[in-house]
Design a binder for this molecule. Sequence first.
Ligand code: BGC
Length: 886
Amino acid sequence: MSSELSIFFLATMVFFLPVFGSAWAEEEVAGPGMPVELRTEYLRNPLGIDTKLPRFSWVSTHSERGQGQAAYEIVVSSRPEVDEGDLWSSGKVLSSDSTQVVYRGKELLSGQTCYWKVRVWDKNDRVSPFSRVARFETGLFSRSDWRGKWIGGANQLRKEFRLEKRAVRARVYICGLGYYELRLNGRKVSPNVLDPGWTTFDKRVLYVTHDVTNFLVEGKNAVAVMLGEGWYKNLALLFQMNIVLEDGEKVEVVSDSTWKGKNGPLISASIYNGEVYDARQETPGWDRPGYDDSGWAPAQVVNGPKGEISAQMMPPIQVVDTLVPLKMTNPKPGIYVFDMGQNFSGWARLRVSGPSGTSVRMRFAELIYEDGMINQENLRGARAEDVYILKGEGVEVWEPRFTYHGFRYVEVAGFPGVPTVDSIRGRVVHSAVEPIGNFACSKPILNALQRIIVWGQKTNLHSIPTDCCQRDERMGWMGDAHVTTEEAMHNFDMAAFYTNFLRNIRDVQDEAGTITDTVPHIWGSRPADPAWGTAYPLIAWYMYQHYGDKRILEEHYEGVKKYVDYLRTREENGLVKFSYYGDWVAVDKTPGSIVSSFYYYYDVKILAEMAGVLGKKEDEKLYGSLAERIKADFHKNYYNPETRAYANNTQTANTLALFLNLVPENARGGVWGNLFDNIVYKNNSHLTTGIIGTKYILDLLTRQGNSDLAYDIATQTTYPSWGYMIENGATTLWELWQLRQGPSMNSHNHPMFGSVGAWLYKALAGINQVEGSVGFEKLRIAPQMVRDLRHAAGSLKTVRGVVSSAWWREDKHIRLDVCIPFGSEAEVLLPRFNLQDVVIKEGERVIWDSQGFRAGLQGIVKVEETRGGFVIQIGSGCYSFSLSGR
Ligand code: BGC
């Protein structure tokens, strides 16, 4: 192994250590290990879920390879000891399911705490220990559980109350719109910020449940809520606190006109424009009992939103990270510019001391001019400015509550004295989805690409997937959402997040079946551009493929069908041609109608597949044959026999036709020829695609055995390419292939071109599911060992456990380490290159040589020679394969 390679090897071993570590640690105990990662509705120990039949999942490990779950037993109890299943005892259920397992016990009531544990049996009927106890708690199932009224009138609301005894259990159910900050007895109750999530408020508003037992005291208590207008553009609070005292007595505190209100230091707060906060107007002690609020007005009872009140069941927005500025400069007298070194979403925390009334202004920007001043031109109508007015008492530390910015640079003006690097911290704010993927390889530009994809993706999760996080937009643009879904699912646990987003989509659907370009709908049109509306069927289908989530299909089947039926009413010559954006921001434009027609076919095909999964035979047939008919019309409409290409022969036009196999056998050669010519000769292995073509083109090339070309494209550093962005200093993906910095549309943090992120995992690390597999049950590990790539590694926490694949290549030697989750199986593809007398080993043992497959090693079912290499069939567990030859 060369020294360069061994450094990669070491780095990767550290990277994968947790995976191997746990497998080794289990080694001593024979049989299945204790199930871990217990989740309810995809969440860990959730509070306030309003699903009456929640689903459970867990992950198991095993000391042996080739093992899987043959049975499970779940016990659900109202007591933390879970000694008996007074709510549900499933008994031993013969099933390999470890995810999407539906609760089948006693009917759950509002506000009920349930404890559960699980154990599993392996294929040899050996039982695991019971898991540790997990918990979930139901929220408020019905509107009548809410006894309070919507109140408002001021951005600070408070209420005092007495408890005669100690509280043994207390929950707050709160919906504070646009955003709320909840305080009890002087303390902020939770780390959530910008809560609750953004919805179509007239259809559905989200409430959040907080366990406040430890915040309450015997005697006097005070609850205080600060409100900001957020996307609701108004102030409204609905509050319900249910308390159980030590003697069993129940007490409620609810929002009503007995609350008091007064506008506090928050002078204005707007998502685009920022926050103005006058600390002189603070009302110290207002969040504690005993505060004199005699001068405050009674809270006003307000109408509140019309939507149904539903539980927020996804990771909340939080301050996920704190960044230290790289440097501070002083481009003009009194103006200081902090470079955070990274484009991200959030705000700055200011540390300052000075005379009362001093006003410090912070302006945020992604870009900087040559003279060192910030460039806000591309923010369009968003002012992105926070103002803090000092109270003048020692060191004051402040950060805003009800706004966020997308930025790398912070300009500070009006600072009393000279700031230092410690005057500012960057607060990274986004939906706190769990990172679950890792990718790295021997090509630095691709590691840089992975990095900017991940930063761009996470900083555009703000309870909905946003297009960008800086200018006057930040919308749930549906096109951007679906092209990034697969990438996001590889890098983060997105299950609960998209479950909510799909509901948001359903909320915008009208009687005619139409949906909208943005969800919630503010910008763009109704009906959505078909290439945007397709987010509805596509994201539902990705949820099914990735997480095995059948309930999502059940929940949205009628909605998707209604949407497809609407599209049918828009047919022209058998196709759907209306389009607003088409292959958005492409270098070479493709007619929008072919893009819309492609998605019309895609949507119908997915609907037919959904019908198949749900056993709706008639629909499956009906939409299946509709899809066939559209396929034929697609070819008839867009194929030009003279050019042997589709539409205007762009990369995107031919890619779309090939990607969904819309090209008849006899035309395929010509279309491929055109696509290659275009990429290789006309564009020197660069893309000219917009966000739509980009989503599919590398996958298509890889599927067709042209990973080398896909790799050439992915590693370009000249315009147009991802590398071009990186070479020009991008720390998140740009909206455009072009480098622009003026007042036009050119966001520097737009995740949509990050669809390539899924390709890194699938092609280079080689982690795939076999066709038809869902929830990573049947894997296909097929790393593409292309060109000068010497090493790649990827790992992914799936619903069944961690999948990992890491390979290293030298002249006559390949090593491939893989881990397959308990209960999953895999086919592993090793290329042969041109080697003779190939010997394949697993660890030190030969499993293939001139005599063929050598059976006998646990977990290895067989090895077969194929045209280009070898296929190794394996069961669960970790393996280290090597292939050498002459
Ligand atoms: C957004 C996009 C979006 C597009 C639709 C833009 O303003 O930022 O990302 O998909 O509009 O045309």
